[in-house]
Design a protein. Structure first.
Length: 368
């Protein structure tokens, strides 16, 4: 049963949470935007809960608490619940009264998983961007795209042969309370074609560059609009040599095929003939950095002669700021979720959190 998003009154308390938070605190502007987005999602929340049974944690409170976890780099649900016990600012933002009990961390995690399974993260991001005062900040014609590695919640010891000799699938010989058995990989050739993680089969082995450590990971892709540098689209995919370009086509698709051409800025990794041709067929101008090291670039003077190309190349680098915040502040350098779908939803949610952190200053600057 869905819980209610109401703060109970404190009959014998002299503490007024509303008065304890200063008027110009950044979380006030964020909470207002979040409140409008959550109100738009009320119908989606209703579909996730039964009409019978004990009330659960209100989904609105749950999402606001998850945002605080990203904003303040809180590493676990247990630490988040401990912070809610004593921090009045946290209680005010979430909607808990001074005397209301904090939820058990395991109950919080189970209710969070229900929301993630309901694809609420993508709907929440869209609801934030759809608000009129936020929409005025967005460019509808100029975008940038890039990808970043997200380390999987799986150890290298779990990367085992798919089919071992003799018919053994190399299976799960864990011991000592579920830990993977010790392993020596020296001299052993391993690849995604012959091995898979027993912990997270969706994670794949990938090396970012020569001489760098290979890790089990995913690729998170982000589409940024160039006016304010806000993330307007996300995807998480398995790693491959073509994953970034395929995801970029998927992300730009809703914005292309219009009467007026849009631009897409990207780094040298996207300089491929098929990708550039596909963008042009969709009425998207490929403002992709030229990769002419030992090869011929797919970008020619038709694109580079325009002043907008240099502008896109300068602005596109701002997407790295978003990835930096997501991986360091929000803690998604290494995901705590397993499975491609869960990692995708977590990445989308922290992208929405990044936008919310940026919005107070952007909205203040846009005010008449």
């Amino acid at each position: 049963m869905r819980g209610t998003d109401k703060r109970s009154g404190e009959l014998f308390s002299y503490v007024d949470l509303e008065q304890r938070v200063r008027a110009d605190h950044p979380l006030r502007a964020i909470r207002e935007v979040v409140g409008t987005a959550l109100a738009a999602l009320s119908g989606d929340f209703a579909g996730l809960y039964s009409g019978m049974g004990r009330p659960s944690i209100a989904p609105e409170m749950l999402l606001r608490a998850m945002l605080l976890q990203a904003f303040y780099s809180i590493r676990s649900e247990r630490q988040l619940m401990e912070r809610l016990e004593f921090d009045l600012l946290f209680r005010w933002f979430v909607g808990l009264g001074v005397d209301e009990p904090v939820w058990d961390h395991s109950s919080f995690s189970k209710n969070r998983d229900r929301l993630l399974d309901g694809d609420i993260a993508a709907k929440f991001l869209a609801a934030v961007l759809a608000q009129p005062r936020v929409k005025r900040l967005l460019s509808s014609e100029h975008f940038s795209v890039d990808g970043t590695l997200i380390e999987a919640w799986a150890s290298m010891k779990s990367f085992r042969p798919r089919q071992a000799p003799g018919g053994d699938d190399g299976g799960d010989d864990r011991r000592d309370g579920g830990r993977n058995a010790p392993a020596d990989f020296k001299g052993e050739k391993r690849s995604n074609a012959t091995h898979a993680s027993t912990t997270d089969p969706d994670a794949m082995l990938y090396r970012k560059g020569p001489g760098m450590e290979a890790k089990l990971c995913f690729i998170g892709h982000g589409l940024m609009e160039n006016r304010s540098g806000l993330i307007v689209g996300t995807r998480v995919t398995r790693v491959s040599g073509h994953a970034e370009r395929l995801a970029a086509l998927d992300l730009i698709a809703p914005h292309g095929d219009r009467g007026r051409a849009v631009t897409l800025g990207a780094d040298k990794g996207y300089d491929a003939k098929d990708f550039v041709m596909e963008l042009r067929e969709r009425n998207v101008r490929p403002h992709v950095a030229e990769n002419s090291s030992g090869r011929r670039s797919a970008i020619d003077r038709r694109t580079t002669r325009h002043p907008g190309y240099a502008t896109s190349q300068r602005i596109r680098k701002r997407i790295e700021e978003a990835f930096g915040w997501i991986k360091t502040v929000a803690g998604l350098r290494k995901t705590r979720f397993r499975g491609l779908a869960r990692v995708d939803l977590a990445f989308t949610f922290v992208a929405a959190a990044y936008n919310l952190v940026r919005l107070p200053r952007l909205l203040a600057g846009a005010s008449p």
